[in-house]
Ligand binder design. Structure first.
Ligand SMILES: C[S@@+](CC[C@H](N)C(=O)[O-])C[C@H]1O[C@@H](n2cnc3c(N)ncnc32)[C@H](O)[C@@H]1O
Length: 273
């Protein structure tokens, strides 16, 4: 594996039972991301099916901790992962180091921003999984990233991304319990989420609370916040075609279902034209 790199939270008010800690979102993600998402494979299988159509090499934009990237290398594809967060990349590097040398050799990691990273090669397939596109907070950023992906694709190469379909009727500030997990170190971690919408700017901010307890130790609360620019279906189609892509398929799930008003996600598959 090759890794190339470019380039604490503060403590809030304590309450009686919990030490509160505000972390950089990606630092918190790196710590807890895999705990909740590692077992999610539907999109991995979807992107692998696309790779069967295109062949490699493959580019994963915003590759995070390697949830999708590592299975691609295990399946025999040469894959480059780009991510802006050193913490997420470090986590990925640790996971990759557990793989056999033949798998490690197929992986290249690059620290950088998808909007302006310059990679040596051209790819047959690029994808940006799991709401990652929504981290691009302005139309200018979205277009810059799409044009950069376009530059990195072979002619006729495919680009795919998937994001949630916005549900603006979801109650704001309602704290939802997203689940409780036990780590291998015996920590019990409960994840809660509250969401607000800023409709004027087409953004949503989610606050994540991770309550961490272990035996008789006091509960520790880690808080992190994510702002995402949600996207509408037609907007996705138009953005892609403005940036030189022909949208060839859209789905409302990872199993080939049509996108409808009630779909939870929208999946775009576009060809470099
Ligand atoms: C939701 S995670 C997805 C990780 C992985 N692709 C997956 O599906 O499990 C989003 C990732 O995007 C990265 N990211 C956000 N904005 C970015 C940008 N402009 N350029 C590169 N990486 C970015 C974050 O660091 C984070 O690792």
């Amino acid at each position: 594996m090759n890794t190339s790199k470019a380039g604490e939270g503060s403590f809030g008010d304590s309450d009686t039972s919990a030490e509160r800690e505000m972390l950089d979102p990606y630092e918190a993600s790196a710590r807890y991301y895999d705990l909740w998402h590692e077992d999610f494979h539907d999109d991995v299988e979807f992107y692998l099916r696309l790779a069967e159509r295109t062949g490699g090499p493959v580019l994963e934009c915003m590759s995070g901790t390697g949830r999708v990237l590592v299975p691609f290398a295990q399946a025999g594809y040469e894959i480059t992962g780009v991510d802006r967060s050193v913490t997420m990349l470090d986590r990925c590097t640790a996971k990759v180091s557990l793989e056999p040398p033949s798998v490690q050799q197929r992986i290249e990691l690059q620290q950088g921003d998808v909007a302006d990273v310059k990679l040596g090669g051209k790819y047959r397939l690029a994808f940006m999984p799991f709401n990652s596109f929504l981290h691009l907070l302005t139309t200018a950023e979205q277009e810059k990233a799409l044009l950069n992906v376009h530059d990195h694709l072979e002619n006729g190469g495919l680009f795919s991304f998937a994001v949630f379909s916005p549900r603006l009727d979801r109650p704001e500030h309602l704290v939802r319990h997203r689940g409780t997990r036990v780590t291998t170190q015996g920590e019990i971690i409960s994840w809660f989420e509250a969401q607000v919408f800023d409709q004027a700017n087409q953004r949503t901010t989610a606050t994540y609370f991770y309550d961490i307890s272990k035996q008789d130790k006091p509960v520790r609360r880690v808080t992190t916040e994510f702002t995402l620019r949600y996207l509408f279906f037609r907007e996705g189609l138009e953005l892609l075609s403005r940036c030189g892509f022909e949208v060839i398929e859209t789905y409302g799930d990872y199993h080939g279902g049509e996108f409808t008003a009630t779909s939870g996600i929208m999946v775009f598959v576009a060809r470099k034209s």
